[in-house]
Design a protein around this ligand. Structure first.
Ligand code: SF4
Length: 274
């Protein structure tokens, strides 16, 4: 190919360089290549918007618990509101299995609130010794029996306000009696299992039972308050145990982000733990 001398000279002149725009074009391409980092950051931000209290997530948890622990009820053996009140007071810092070993003979010996009310705490102590903290429990039981007999005509009251006036009956005990015997869901039972697992599931970040109960009452529909406690207590005994939860077998695994999971298919959050 023959290049004309004039064109050759023009190509060598400094003023000819602006005609070649390729370098700026490359810069633009680099900018485009690096720009995907920003959307990646945005994706992280979207992940940060995960809301453990979203109603759909809470409902999902409740549905899965329903499927796995359908019909779960109170594990304390009882035949009346009074027997349930006694068993619940005895269950503090004690297993339900142990309480169930003690109560049949106890109720045979003292079958009514009146029979308990006639005792001194010291008389009752030997019968409940194996449940631990027996001195305090004996005082509570005799005091509760006197309250039931003297102020409520021998019948265990069915309101939170009245139950809380009985010695030994704090909110947890009152919720157990109201929920399991009277089928009144006026609160959520917060025992050690509900405490631990509600935190693992990020339904609360509170440490105190009273605050945990308030948190749960805000996010769980009231008609599920009774079932939630029963099902979580069963879950805590079967799978979500304190030291080594059996996460690989858990029906909640892929929506649980607890920091102390033993097996996980999802990102875990250090803030969701015991
Ligand atoms: S996945 Fe593990 S920590 Fe989470 S609820 Fe299930 S057993 Fe408990």
């Amino acid at each position: 190919m023959i290049v004309s001398p004039l064109l050759y000279i023009l190509c060598l002149m400094p003023g000819a360089k602006p005609k070649s725009r390729k370098p700026p074009a490359r810069k633009t391409a680099k900018t485009v290549k690096t720009s995907p980092k920003k959307p990646a950051q945005g994706a992280k931000d979207q992940g940060a918007k995960y809301n453990p209290l979203a109603p759909e997530r809470v409902q999902d948890i409740l549905n899965r618990l329903d499927q796995r622990y359908h019909g779960a009820t109170c594990a304390l053996t009882h035949n009346s509101a009074w027997e349930l009140l006694v068993a619940t007071i005895l269950s503090a810092q004690c297993t339900d299995v142990r309480v169930n070993m003690v109560t049949p003979m106890l109720f045979q010996k003292y079958p009514t609130p009146q029979a308990f009310a006639a005792l001194s705490p010291e008389q009752l102590e030997p019968d409940i010794r194996s449940t631990g903290f027996y001195r305090n429990k004996a005082k509570s039981l005799v005091g509760a029996a006197k309250g039931v007999v003297e102020r409520f005509g021998g019948q265990v009251p069915d309101t939170m306000e009245e139950l809380l006036t009985l010695p030994g009956a704090a909110r947890k005990t009152a919720n157990v009696v109201l929920g399991s015997w009277f089928r009144k869901g006026v609160g959520v039972v917060v025992d050690t299992h509900v405490h631990r697992i509600s935190r693992r599931l990020e339904l609360t970040r509170s440490e105190e039972p009273k605050s945990i109960e308030q948190d749960l009452m805000k996010v769980i529909p009231q008609d599920k308050w009774i079932d939630y406690s029963h099902q979580i207590i069963h879950h805590g005994r079967a799978l979500c145990i304190a030291r080594k939860p059996k996460c690989a077998e858990c029906p909640l695994e892929n929506i649980c982000h607890a920091g102390d999971k033993t097996w996980s298919t999802v990102e875990i959050h250090q803030s969701a733990k015991l």
